[in-house]
Write a protein that binds this ligand. Sequence first.
Ligand code: BES
Ligand code: ZN
Length: 617
Amino acid sequence: MAKPADPSSVANADVFEPTHYHCDFDIVFEEKRVSGTERLTVKKRVEHEANELVLDSHDIDVKQILVDDDGIPLKFDIRPFTKYGSALHISLPESLRRRDELTLVITFVAGSGNAFDWLKKEQTAGKKLPYLYTQGQSVLNRTFFPCFDSPAVKSTWSATVKIAAEFNVVMSASHWTPSVKLPDGRLEYRFDMKISVPVYLVALAAGDIVSAPIGPRSRVWTEPCMLDKAQNEFDGVTEEYIKTGERLFGPYVWDRYDLLVMPPSFPYGGMENPCLTFVTPTLLVGDRSLTDVVMHEISHSWFGNLVTNGSWSEFYLNEGFTMYAQRRICTELLGKDYTCLEAATGIALLKRDLEHLEPNLTRLRVILSPDVDPDDTYCETPYEKGFCFVSYLRSLTDSDETFDAFLRAYVQKFQYKSVLSDDLFKFFFEYFPHLKGVESTEGFEFSRWLDTPGSPPYYPDLSAGESLTKPAEKLAAYWLGKLPEEEKPDVGALEKWPTYQKLHFLDQLLVEVSVPAQTLATLATTYPFISGTHNAEIRLRWSQITIKGNYTDDFFNVKAFLLSQGKQKYTIPIYRELVNGSAEAKKLALEAYEETKNLIHAQVRERIERLLDDMKK
Ligand code: BES
Ligand code: ZN
């Protein structure tokens, strides 16, 4: 099968495809080192001879490469590719060039690349043991082991992990074998992923990690001090979400679904590592109000992990479809009104993002070249403009149920494969032949959706959420002095509102250029449960509002929030407000950065540095 070109990968996946990776890892915390031996089996895709195998490999010290069956050492060299990747060229001697299948054994040392986040014990919740986790998406796993680091290339994998006995190790694999004690007292774990996946979905975590059951096929893993809270947050609901997903989109093929609650510096809300979603500890609010992140990651079990975007340029095929699926699950379980409210907060995020994104990043099909790190294109566009596009496709059909059935068929057709928009469209018109032609409806051309920068041409109808959104909008209008006194709403009602209704209220304040500091002071005393909240979504918006209004009395709170967690979607928007804010705000940005730069994820650090550099110019 031909493989589409992927600008972000240098591996010669047009010539070879991997059929299995087996890695033996040895983790040494003291040296932040992961020694590895990788047995990589590849098949030739072409008839002609192949002189070399090229793999993605970055910040890895490759020691030796042998041909598995006869132990012949192969010549190799590492050449520059981009700032986030290098090319490992392995020459194949005459005798191997015609082989249809080949197994190589690569010995290497890794640990310094961006896939690895090494945490000192002080950076963990329990402060007992250091912690290591890996993050592969989008193009970081080329620093974990040499590979075909393209979302268009899938294979099975397995691994063993040797580590000191006090650590527990977990991986995103379908089969876990209990650890065995080695003669030197250390432990060896074994993991097998029997379902073909792209390399970005291989993930590992090691630390003081324990688990508790949260459903018939699910456990939650985390540090001991967070275990009870984690179990309470996710027990029962996880299975409801999976079952609803199965009813809507087809069988859950991954067998288990576990959650790993990460240390606070984890840069994402969630990461859909198969069989083992990684989530931020900021989800542990005690009232399950942020479990939509779990609905989202579960939805990737169909969209992303089973049917995968063939290039990071079309990331909406993962995230836009997943937002749509997440909101379908939410509608089934929590109702249309609540789901429309939640979607309104998503659209608000998109509108705020569109204000400062460069045009290329507002396209659903981002123009990518090797110079552009796909992770630098991370923004709301693939999520929420993607959601608008999928909702638009839904609007062309006669009901949610009809479109659910299409999505089931789409998953069935492309499962275990990667797709591009053209595959989607071709299948869409095979499934709905009577819709042929809609791709060129004026103003809504599919090509415009994908390739024209700017706002989506269509927004879904969220009026079913008005019983929740209108009161929040009215209350905001009151505080902004836009309502006549006789229409004064019940100011105290907000306290009892669900989290997302509070967010919608705050979003109305956030669209203002700024809310006067005096008004913010009154708001803070009227709603101490907003200004003093531990709910990170509320805290994000309150922080942005206080910075925009230069309400300096609360700046300590902004800093405390930045110190308490390192999620990218919270950290970057706050720094963006700070660097565009008052002199005090700018000072706060520099101070917070100094205090957190050694605690946060390398990629988040790089993005903050770029914002601070612009500020200093
Ligand atoms: N796959 C993403 C996280 C990601 C994106 C990691 C790009 C690396 C590069 C994950 O599924 C996600 O979208 N998480 C969101 C959850 C939200 C939309 C409910 C997050 O982190 O906020
Ligand atoms: Zn996602």
